[in-house]
Design a protein around this ligand. Sequence first.
Ligand code: BDR
Ligand code: CA
Length: 312
Amino acid sequence: IHSIIFDTDPGVDDAQAIAIALRHPEIDLLGMTTTYGNVDVETATHNALLLAELAGREIPVAQGAAAPLIKPRHAPPAHIHGANGLGNITLPTVSGRAESRCAAQFIVDTVNERPGEVTLVAVGPLGNLAAALQLDPTLVDKVKGVVVMGGSIREGGNVTPVAEANMFNDPDAAARVLTAGWPLTLVGLDVTHRCVLTPAHMARIEGGQGELGRVLAGSYAFYRDFYQSALGIDGCCPHDSCALAWLLRPELFTTSRGHLSVVTEGDAEGQTLFAPEGRGFIEDRWSRTPLVDVCLGVEGQTVSDWIAEVLA
Ligand code: BDR
Ligand code: CA
């Protein structure tokens, strides 16, 4: 069983991943922490509470970063996720409320209550994890692991030619989190672009989930248009679910160990740079950061089928 805190900016593909986290028997979802990104942070919190309620679960939701650590905020991509983050479909009313603690404090408290047991799964901009590290640098030795959906090593970006959205939305936070020295795996576009949730997958999911299925299918229909125009595929990339697929089915991925950094200024802002372990460079600064694992390969079809299977 994996005890996780899910850090998220829901978001259509976040919602799919949240549904997995809420229903997979091998996941103990200790809480969700929210950040701005696909939507503003209040909407993110609302959507996290809503999805938990639709699944009939009482899960703590702690609100976090409303903006990047340092730089000004980019406008949320309403044409991709909808202004409400869930494809502009009509949503039921939410009755639950967020925790009084902020996201970073929730992360610090929860990890300290269970040292060595908690995995942080982060699928939005990384401000909450960066803030938690600032509050308590000892988290680095107390988490069981950190899984980040974000970045791109060889695939190129989805916001700019080199930057992936979660990195682009707060490169300064990403730089701190990816070089903190905790046991971290990056699940980036190199693998998430190999996975496609097809309309056939979604038909299975819609059929099996009641009201939650209606929300997942309705938001998917909106999100699909973007993938048609951007990547020419019929379906959508389930980016954030891939982070959970990595956690639960690591044998479906290939990883490489090395040093990671994030470009924080200029045209390449948000780009992730990866130097494989043991590879020498003329400039040696690339090997000074702690080692992490990055996913470079995936059995995309199997992961996509797995997502549909879990949610059907
Ligand atoms: C990531 O950016 C967000 O739009 C998605 O939810 C995902 O976390 C993909 O680049
Ligand atoms: Ca996300």
